[in-house]
Each structure stands twice: as structure tokens, then as C-alpha cells.
Write a protein that binds this ligand. Structure first.
Ligand SMILES: *Cc1c(COP(=O)(O)O)cnc(C)c1O
Length: 391
């Protein structure tokens, strides 16, 4: 038997909404609302941006829109999904094409510049169409977010402009007549250690203060990145966001002319989502019991350990149709794809399940369906459902 991660505590007193048909993703808005309320309490005066790529499901975006201060898009397609909500939208990511830059400039989207070349092209287009472009500079910092699942700083990078070249770029944007929006610094993702995030934010604030001095201009907005993680695996604990807020808020008092924002994806929506798949077959092979389900890697790649993890570990899951007190057994839960990579759980202890039973895979609200190769092998696209209302 191998351990699995803990089911989010939210489900202690929240009824799981089990969909009629599987496979399907269900997102619980009450959990998202809880995270937003916690953020607001811990970070007074700081803007909250939603990183659309974590989960771009339309009904979820619509529910989130009134509750966040802006959206961060990683493509022009994502920007288009949130442009109707009347909130500020910023557009980050390397490789923005000329057409995408022109579209962003024409629709008032802030472009987070990833390079000087992108700045040149944006200024040239803005000139051609007679618009003032909104441009922020994404900084590639000298430091990284310690303990981060994905480090984005401290090295040569396709993301952002190296910090030492940023002041010259900012001066150039201002001279060219652009509407300079400020800085964007994203140092990493999926960090659970509050102190590491506190340190990274402190470094970010020192860095932007230095860059502003050198550029001779105060940034209207500083996007501090996010990186708040969620506990997927045994032994992991939730990130102490209240400690991060307590350390951050007083530091910002010395920047009266600057707004600060934190951009979050995973932490806001990750624990709110549950992926449901139905047991189709039950088989024993060389002494090991397999539950073969109607979806797997093609829908929830991350749970199979194939989205940026080195060692495969078990996400939390449950047999939601099992009678309480049903006997338990050790099983391996797999999806329907013809690859040994399609493994949702490896030798976990679950109540005995039969074909027809439904299995919930938790922690599926962020980087789920849209981060999975759902067309691979041609199974149908799973349904997505939003339950509960955000008051
Ligand atoms: C992906 C991304 C995010 C969101 O990260 P999470 O770990 O989901 O919070 C935020 N900002 C940028 C620039 C990103 O690329």
C-alpha cells in the first residue's frame, strides 16, 4: 500500500456534488469564495488578479469576475475569454506575435513585455494604429522562489527582461509615449513554504524600488507574482497565507504612488475542483487489482504524475459511491488509455469498488482539463460543471 494526499478539509462539511454522467469535472464555487475571502482578509489594499490559465472554464470566470481586481492572461485567447468583464486584463508570455500585440493594443489590454524586441514591435504597432499602448515590463529577477515547484527566476530565461536592463527599457517606453503600467515579477509557482514566499516578495520589493530609482519613475502597478501552492501529497501542509500578508502589507507603506497586485491561479481554484471517473472494469493481474476507469491521463494529466513531476505520488481520491464501512483493499486505479503512464493512483487503499462505482480525484480545479491531452486517443471531452453560487 502507498499513501495518498489528504482530501481538502473543505469537504469535511461540504457535500460533494456527484455528477450524473462521467467523466466530469465539478468546481465548487463556495471553496473559491472562501479562498478569495481569506485573501481579502490577509492582504488589505492589495489587488487580487486571477491567472486564467489555471482554469479558463467560462462559468468559473464569470463567477470570479466580480470578485477579483484583474485577470492575467497567458495568451490572446485567454485575454478574449475575460475581456467582457470590464476588469483590467494583462497579457504575459513569450512569443507574442505581431497580430496578438496589435489586438492587445487595440483592446486596451496591458502587455507584460517579455523582451526588448517585443517592446520595439509593440511601440511600432501602436504608432501605426495611433493608440497609446499599455505596457508593463516583466522582470527576470536575479533570485528565485525557494521551494517552488517551478522556478522562474535566477537564470537565463525566455520570460521577462533581465533586471539590469530594465531601467533603460522603462525610460525608453516613457520617452516613446507609452502608458507605462509598471512591473511584473513572477518568481515561481506551487510554493508551500510561507517564509520562502515572504523572502521572495521582500526581494521583489527591493528590486522594484531599485529599478524605479534607476528609471527615475514610480511604477503605477507592481504585480508581485503569486506562487501560493496547495498540498497535493502526503506530508504537505497548506501555505500560511495570513503570515505572508502580515509580512507584506507593512512593507508596502513606503510606496504611496504604487498599487500592488498578487496573481493567483492554483491556490484560488485548485482545491475547488474534483474530477469524477467511473469504474468500467475490475481485473486482477499477477496478484495486483486494477480498477479501470472511463477517464484518466487524457483529462487529469497532473494526477498521473506526468505534468512536471519527477517522482510519481498519489493525489487524494475516494470511491464516492461506496457504502460507509465497506471493506477496504489495495488497488491501482488506471484510465482507459493504452499507455502505462495512465495511472490515477498506485496501490492505494480504497473501499472495494465494482464496475459502475464512481471515483473522485481531488485537487483537480487547476491545471486539469486544459493542461491535459484530452484529444489523445479520441475519447469524448469530459463535462465541466460549476456548483454553488458565489454570494
Ligand atoms: C502560471 C502563472 C501564474 C499562476 O500560477 P499559479 O501557480 O497557478 O498561481 C501567475 N503568473 C504567471 C506569470 C504565470 O505564468
Amino acid at each position: 500500500m502507498k499513501p495518498m494526499g489528504a482530501i481538502p478539509r473543505d469537504f469535511d462539511d461540504l457535500a460533494l456534488a456527484i455528477p450524473d454522467a462521467t467523466p466530469a469535472f465539478v468546481y465548487h464555487t463556495s471553496i473559491v469564495a472562501d479562498r478569495i475571502a481569506r485573501f481579502r482578509a490577509a492582504f488589505p489594499g492589495i489587488d487580487l488578479h486571477y491567472a486564467v490559465k489555471a482554469n479558463p472554464f467560462g462559468a468559473l470566470l464569470e463567477a470570479l469576475a466580480p470578485l477579483v481586481d484583474g485577470f492575467d492572461a497567458a495568451s490572446i485567447g485567454e485575454a478574449g475569454r475575460v475581456s467582457m468583464y470590464g476588469k483590467p486584463v494583462s497579457f504575459a508570455g513569450p512569443g507574442k506575435t505581431n497580430g496578438e500585440l496589435a489586438m492587445a493594443i487595440g483592446s486596451g489590454i496591458t502587455i507584460n513585455l517579455e523582451s526588448e524586441g517585443e517592446a520595439d514591435r509593440a511601440l511600432a504597432f501602436a504608432g501605426q494604429i495611433g493608440e497609446t499602448p499599455r505596457l508593463a515590463v516583466r522582470v527576470n529577477p536575479e533570485f528565485e522562489l525557494r521551494g517552488s515547484g517551478m522556478r522562474m527566476g535566477g537564470r537565463a530565461s525566455p520570460f521577462g527582461v533581465d533586471a539590469d536592463r530594465v531601467p533603460a527599457l522603462v525610460k525608453r517606453l516613457i520617452v516613446a509615449g507609452a502608458d507605462w503600467q509598471g512591473f511584473h515579477v513572477f518568481a515561481g509557482s506551487q510554493a508551500l513554504d510561507a517564509q520562502a514566499i515572504i523572502d521572495s516578495q521582500a526581494h521583489t520589493i527591493d528590486l522594484v524600488a531599485r529599478l524605479s530609482d534607476e528609471a527615475g519613475a514610480a511604477p503605477p502597478l507592481v504585480n508581485l507574482g503569486g506562487g501560493f501552492g496547495i498540498p497535493y501529497f502526503p506530508g504537505e501542509a497548506p501555505v500560511d497565507v495570513e503570515a505572508i500578508g502580515a509580512a507584506l502589507v507593512p512593507r508596502l507603506a513606503s510606496f504611496p504612488d504604487t498599487r500592488f497586485a498578487i496573481e493567483l491561479g492554483r491556490w484560488l481554484v485548485g482545491e475547488a475542483g474534483v474530477y469524477f471517473t467511473r469504474v468500467v472494469d475490475r481485473k486482477v493481474s499477477r496478484g495486483e487489482t486494477f480498477l479501470v476507469c472511463d477517464g484518466g491521463l487524457n483529462h487529469q494529466l497532473a494526477a498521473t504524475g506526468n505534468l512536471g513531476t519527477v517522482v510519481r505520488r498519489n493525489y487524494p481520491l475516494a470511491v464516492v459511491t461506496a457504502a460507509s464501512g465497506a471493506p477496504a483493499e489495495t488497488v491501482t486505479v488506471v484510465g482507459p488509455l493504452c499507455t502505462p503512464l495512465d495511472r490515477l493512483a498506485d496501490q492505494v487503499e480504497l473501499p472495494v469498488a465494482q464496475p459502475g462505482d464512481v471515483i473522485a480525484v481531488f485537487m483537480a480545479g487547476a491545471y486539469g482539463l486544459t493542461a491535459s491531452p484530452w484529444e489523445f486517443l479520441g475519447h469524448a471531452r469530459p463535462a465541466e460543471l460549476l456548483v454553488g453560487a458565489i454570494a
